[in-house]
Design a protein around this ligand. Structure first.
Ligand code: CTP
Ligand code: MG
Length: 226
C-alpha cells in the first residue's frame, strides 16, 4: 500500500491573525506545516504534496524537506485539495488529506487511518466523542433542545480514501462547490465513511489560544516529540 498525503496549507489563517500564513507560523521554533509533514511520514505515508498560497512557494520550499511536492492551492480548502490531488504521483493507491493546522497529530492516528484503508475501507475519518452537553438554540440564542450526545463525533484529519474513490468524488463535485472536509465530498458521492479513534493532540490550531496550548503540549507533554 502506497499512501500519498495531501497537506492543505494554502489558507491565510485570518482567525490566528499572525504576520504570515498560518502553516508557516512557528510552534516551538518550527513551522506548523513541518510538524504536520513529520507526523504523516512517521505514521507511514510514503509521499507528501503540500498545497500553499501561490505567493508563498519560496517560503514553503525553504522549510520543507526536498522530497515534498509543493503546489499552488486555491481560494477555498476544497479547491486546494483538488489541486493537491491532481499532483499526486502515479504510485499512490490511497490518499490521506490532512490540515497543516493540526501540527501535533500523533503518528498513531495516521497509522490507524492507513490500517483501516488496508483493511478495505473506501473512506475513513479519525473521530472523538463530544464531551460537552450540546444544545440547539433559536435565532435569539435561547436553548430549544438538548441534542443526544452519544452518537455525535468530532471529526479530525488526516482523512483517508481509496484513491479512485476520492478522485471520482472530486470529479463529480461541481466546480466552486465548497465543503468543509473531504469525507463530505465522498459522502456526497454516496460512499460509506468509516471511523477510527482520533486524538486530542490532533486538535486544530485556529485561534491564538490553540497555539498557546500546542506550545504547552510540546513543552510539557512527554508524549509529543520534536
Ligand atoms: N486551507 C487551504 N486552502 C484554503 C483555505 C484553507 O489549503 N483556501 C487549509 C489551511 O491552510 C488549513 C486547513 O485548510 O491548514 C484548515 O483550514 P483553516 O483552519 O480554516 O485555516 P485557514 O483558512 O488558513 O484559517 P482562517 O479560516 O482562520 O483564515
Ligand atoms: Mg479557513
Amino acid at each position: 500500500m502506497h499512501a500519498v498525503a495531501i497537506v492543505a496549507a494554502a489558507g491565510s489563517g485570518s482567525r490566528l491573525g499572525a504576520d504570515r500564513p498560518k502553516a508557516l507560523v512557528p510552534l516551538a521554533g518550527r513551522p506548523l506545516v513541518c510538524w504536520a509533514v513529520d507526523g504523516l511520514l512517521a505514521g507511514g505515508v510514503a509521499e507528501v504534496v503540500v498545497t500553499v498560497p501561490a505567493a508563498e512557494r519560496d517560503a514553503f520550499a525553504a522549510v520543507l524537506p526536498a522530497a515534498v511536492r509543493i503546489v499552488d492551492g486555491g481560494s477555498t480548502r476544497t479547491a486546494s485539495v483538488r489541486a493537491g490531488l491532481a499532483a499526486a504521483g502515479p504510485d499512490a493507491d490511497v490518499v490521506l488529506v490532512h490540515d497543516a493546522a493540526r501540527p501535533l497529530t500523533p503518528p498513531d492516528v495516521v497509522a490507524r487511518v492507513i490500517a483501516a484503508l488496508a483493511a478495505g475501507a473506501p473512506a475513513v475519518v479519525p473521530v472523538l466523542p463530544v464531551v460537552d452537553t450540546t444544545v440547539l438554540v433559536d435565532d435569539d440564542g435561547a436553548v430549544v433542545d438538548a441534542v443526544p450526545r452519544a452518537p455525535l463525533r468530532r471529526v479530525q484529519t488526516p482523512q483517508g480514501f481509496a484513491r479512485d474513490v476520492l478522485e471520482r468524488a472530486y470529479a463529480a463535485l461541481p466546480d466552486g462547490a465548497e465543503l468543509t472536509d473531504d469525507a463530505a465530498v465522498v459522502r456526497a458521492a454516496g460512499v460509506r465513511v468509516e471511523t477510527v479513534r482520533g486524538d486530542e493532540r490532533a486538535a486544530k490550531v485556529t485561534v491564538p489560544h490553540d497555539l498557546t496550548l500546542a506550545e504547552l503540549a510540546v513543552t510539557l507533554d512527554g508524549t509529543v516529540t520534536r
